[in-house]
Design a binder for this molecule. Sequence first.
Ligand SMILES: Cc1cc2nc3c(=O)[nH]c(=O)nc-3n(C[C@H](O)[C@H](O)[C@H](O)COP(=O)(O)OP(=O)(O)OC[C@H]3O[C@@H](n4cnc5c(N)ncnc54)[C@H](O)[C@@H]3O)c2cc1C
Length: 395
Amino acid sequence: MITLAAEKCIGCVKCVKACPFGVIVMKGKKAVIGDGCTLCGACEQICPVSAITIERAMKDIDLTQYSGVWVVAETEGSQRVKNFTFELLGKGRELTDILGQSVSCILLGNDVAKFADTLIHHGADSVFIGESEALSRYRAEAFAPVITGLISRYKPCIVLFGATHAGRDLAPRVAASLELGLTADCTGLSILDGLLLQTRPAFGGNIMADIICPYTRPQMATVRPNVMKKMEPDAKRAGEKITVPVKIDASSFRIVLKEILDSPQTGKVKIDEADIIVSGGRGVCTNGGFALLEELAGVLGGVVGCSRVAVDLGCRPKSVQVGQSGTTVSPKLYVAVGISGSIQHQVGMKSSDTIVAINNDPAAPIFQVADFGIIGDYRAIIPALVVEVKKNRGG
Ligand SMILES: Cc1cc2nc3c(=O)[nH]c(=O)nc-3n(C[C@H](O)[C@H](O)[C@H](O)COP(=O)(O)OP(=O)(O)OC[C@H]3O[C@@H](n4cnc5c(N)ncnc54)[C@H](O)[C@@H]3O)c2cc1C
């Protein structure tokens, strides 16, 4: 329930500008909340005199009124949908097939409605489309209230976000506004007795924790990209497209976005979407070893990744670190060079289609997850591999 204490209202108009659904108007010098309030919380957060309060009674709620799995899509501007969105839709389908419910996708951006069919082909039964200039790039102040409002209105049972930079910023804000729990960085999702079983690494990746949220709805999680499998797109799938009337006044934002700088990446393809990754660890850091890896990655058409130690030693940027505290990858080919294969590294690459390990220690744990192992010094092995690959490609 939302309450506006008229005696406290100072007529500053901030709530009118902040409401993404345009339901607050001024009557005389006082703000009035009209019909269609979604309880998104944007006005409550911006009001400087706490005249607006929202009460979300989670006690004794009827959990059966919550239904459906929602996936929050991410796009690269109006260029394309990020790959993990399709992975979450694939997992969403799997979960709803067990629950007997439907999968919906929230698609926010500017000029993004054209992606709705693709999302439906990848498993969505319906797509909520919200378009606005203010949504053209991810900004928490624009995205969070719209999603909070939609969840309050439509009451999904499960909401999934990507564990991306944006998802990790957005999901906790939405969860806090709705006074819900959130399981971050899940690597597994399943259904147990009708509840979402959320699996994630704990205690430095040494154990996997299973987490349930039995008392509140929706159950919310951020999910690591490159862990779930997307479904084969089916161009015959049909679904509903629901236009969300979004009215965002960016002049009310407290944060001004001046410039976006891309983090340094090796190669043009980002590591989380690369098909071929040649990764190096401590064993490669000395003697200019990464130059050899660049060469191999170059002839294979891949990118160079690394272990955390390689980042700590200053050989590579954090943006290409693979593993629990870096990026989870799932390429067609992963070549681990001079990487021992700690559990924290494995958690970020073990779902790769084919893993090749090159290490001079035959007991290195990386060989336990490798499809092919080469025991020896990488300084002799990599140049030989480069020659062979070039030969096979007629180079
Ligand atoms: C909370 C937490 C999060 C973490 N997150 C991550 C993460 O995201 N990613 C990650 O990678 N780690 C992570 N770690 C660190 C992890 O535990 C390991 O310390 C790290 O992965 C080891 O990196 P490495 O394999 O490069 O180095 P090492 O374990 O030192 O292995 C180096 C390997 O190189 C081999 N080698 C040396 N010389 C040669 C040569 N000439 N030819 C061939 N092989 C050679 C050695 O035999 C050895 O196996 C995390 C740790 C914690 C506690």
